[in-house]
Design a binder for this molecule. Structure first.
Ligand code: AMP
Ligand code: MG
Length: 325
């Protein structure tokens, strides 16, 4: 195993070092009570792009943002009576809630993959909480290479993300060892997006007390938001995010009436990365697409983005946006 990562026991000094890394725009692997996470400050688009780079993710999935508690969550998402009740009952803990993103919330577009909803969770683990206290809300997917199983020890992280070479805080084996349960709370009721460490029966009991309709998918298939799980409204699915206008890829010279998204030497109306850096381009992608959409032009044309590193995920996302609607 070729491994340049540095594993530090998560003591006060290591937590302080990790906090400094986060504040400086870096990413760190951290223990939580579910699985190890790979964390970046939620408002730092470039740092969030580095998470995707480290994981080698071929596509952009929305990430869970970890918060210190209900008050911090309220700065990022709209909390209705049902989600407030669920937070009171299960936070801190292994329950993630997908809620409407607040306008102006300090969350990078790459975190939500351009969606208007945000997944939030308040972790119980003291290491994650200490980092949030020092660095603010943290976006963190599981700390494993894309397509590999989640990591439940620091050694798993080092093995899975061997080439990454960053700082791994060792907090021992994760108590739960499986990912959080994810619920979407919206006008249509409560939907189970992912079965996980928080028992659905316990959630049902709390919702039952409130008399809330619960179209939870108990047993059987566990719908994934990316995979087109039928319990989600199509507009909420990451894979369905697309600008309103038709979008063309690999366009060197845009047609009249098109908004041209540039890359590198192809300047365009707005450039993803003038220096041709795919990490910078990933960090800017969703913001730029939103601006292009809001321009009101008849179409969007995007310059070629090389299929290397994060360029793979960028091209995947553009292909979905370009697909006939
Ligand atoms: P991981 O970070 O590896 O635990 O995976 C996070 C999960 O949360 C993925 O399945 C995401 O699709 C899901 N998720 C995060 N944000 C949202 C959102 N806004 N809407 C629907 N699903 C989400
Ligand atoms: Mg994962």
């Amino acid at each position: 195993m070729v491994d340049k990562s540095r594993i530090l026991v998560a003591d006060v000094a290591a937590i302080a070092e990790a906090t400094a890394v986060l504040l400086g725009g870096g990413i760190v692997a951290v223990p939580t009570e579910t699985v190890y996470g790979l964390a970046a400050r939620a408002g730092d688009a470039a740092a969030v792009a580095r998470i995707y780079q480290a994981k080698g993710r071929p596509s952009f999935n929305p990430l869970i943002v970890h918060v210190s508690g209900v008050a911090q969550a309220a700065e990022l998402v709209e909390i209705d009576a049902v989600s407030a009740r669920l937070m009171a009952a299960f936070w801190p803990g292994a329950l993630t809630l997908v809620l409407p993103l607040k306008a102006g919330a300090a969350v990078a577009g790459l975190v939500t993959a351009g969606l208007s909803t945000l997944a939030v969770r308040c972790p119980a683990h003291f290491v994650m909480q200490a980092l949030i206290a020092g660095a603010g809300p943290l976006a963190a997917p599981s700390a494993n290479a894309s397509g590999r199983i989640s990591s439940t020890t620091a050694a798993h992280v080092a093995e899975s993300l061997g080439k990454w070479g960053g700082l791994i805080l060792d907090g021992g084996a994760c108590a739960a060892g499986v990912e959080s349960t994810i619920l979407a709370v919206g006008v249509g009721g409560v939907r189970l997006l992912r079965a996980g460490a928080m028992a659905v029966e316990d959630i049902m009991a709390v919702l039952g007390e409130m008399g809330t309709p619960t179209p939870l998918a108990l047993g059987g298939e566990s719908p994934s938001p990316q995979g087109g799980g039928r319990l989600l409204a199509p507009g909420m699915m990451a894979s369905h995010y697309a600008p309103l206008q038709p979008l063309r890829m690999n366009v060197v010279a845009a047609d009249v009436g098109e908004f041209h998204v540039g890359f590198g030497d192809i300047v365009g109306d707005l450039n993803l990365s003038a220096v041709g850096d795919v990490v910078e381009a990933a960090a800017r992608l969703f913001d730029v697409l939103h601006i292009a959409e809001a321009s009101g032009r008849a179409g969007i044309a995007v310059a070629p983005v090389p299929i290397a590193g994060l360029g793979l995920a960028i091209n995947d996302r553009l292909r979905r946006a370009a697909a006939p609607k």
